[in-house]
Write a protein that binds this ligand. Sequence first.
Ligand code: ATR
Length: 284
Amino acid sequence: MKQGNMDTATVMHGVFGDPIKHSKSPVMHNRAFRELGLNAAYAAFHVRQGQLKDAVAGIRAMQFRGVNVTIPHKLEVMDYLDEISEDAVAIGAVNTIVNDDGKLTGYNTDGIGYVRSLKEEAGFAAAGKKVLMLGAGGAARGVAYALAKEGASAVYIANRTVSKAVQLADSIRPFTTSEGIGFDSIVDVRDEIDLIVHNTEVGMHPNVDEVLIDTSWFHEGLTISDIVYNPLVTRLLREAAERRAKTHGGLGMFIYQGAYAFEYWTGREAPVAAMREAVLEAFG
Ligand code: ATR
């Protein structure tokens, strides 16, 4: 079905967020629906704080099949769902809702999306590996949890506000060895780690000249992964490449969180290559 050819049988999907106008999810999912010939559509909805409960009621009332939830709603939305997956409860955030005949279930595909993109795009399997995470905010939670569940043997979390790193490290300790540290303690762990994941907005457009930590010690045995995808190659990744470390950009996390959501909604394997192409075209 071509986009724009919706009819009375079209299965609706969308994303709720504020702001939402820059979201690349609609082009990504509509391309995926088209690629598989599904009579389905996906739109962006500007849902302001205070209106989320009504918006979720709309999912039921209008029989949307699926919705993504983004900033600032990923936590609050948990109050309005019928069921929440174990992963989403542990992470403390929902980014994907599946509607089964009025029963709404919340999932979190950010962390598993990240781990899948790391595997597919950088050839990095986290099991048995030691990881240093930079940042302990909302984005870091899903990544830390997924890496721990994947079998990383240690997850160190460094953050400007050390108490937040300690808190996040505590929350994943059932699954792996973990420790929250300050940036000045990176020197104590740097010789044992295999992967660094950067989870803050430092280096994101328009502040493309920023980098969070000293990179002079990076080496070819390391994989450096940045969840920032605007720009596609951040200063952190540029400096990592100069030191011959392997690099992994943040676009894949976005693509694969969407791929998992698509698979939950449709039961079909997501056409990842087409989805990536659509997003890259939208970036221009
Ligand atoms: P998100 O949901 O995008 O992760 P967040 O929950 O506000 O957003 O978390 C932002 C993360 O980036 C935090 O780890 C934050 O560090 P603090 O916990 O110390 O605030 C980190 N961060 C943002 N700007 C930073 C900066 N200029 N220097 C160091 N860390 C920064």
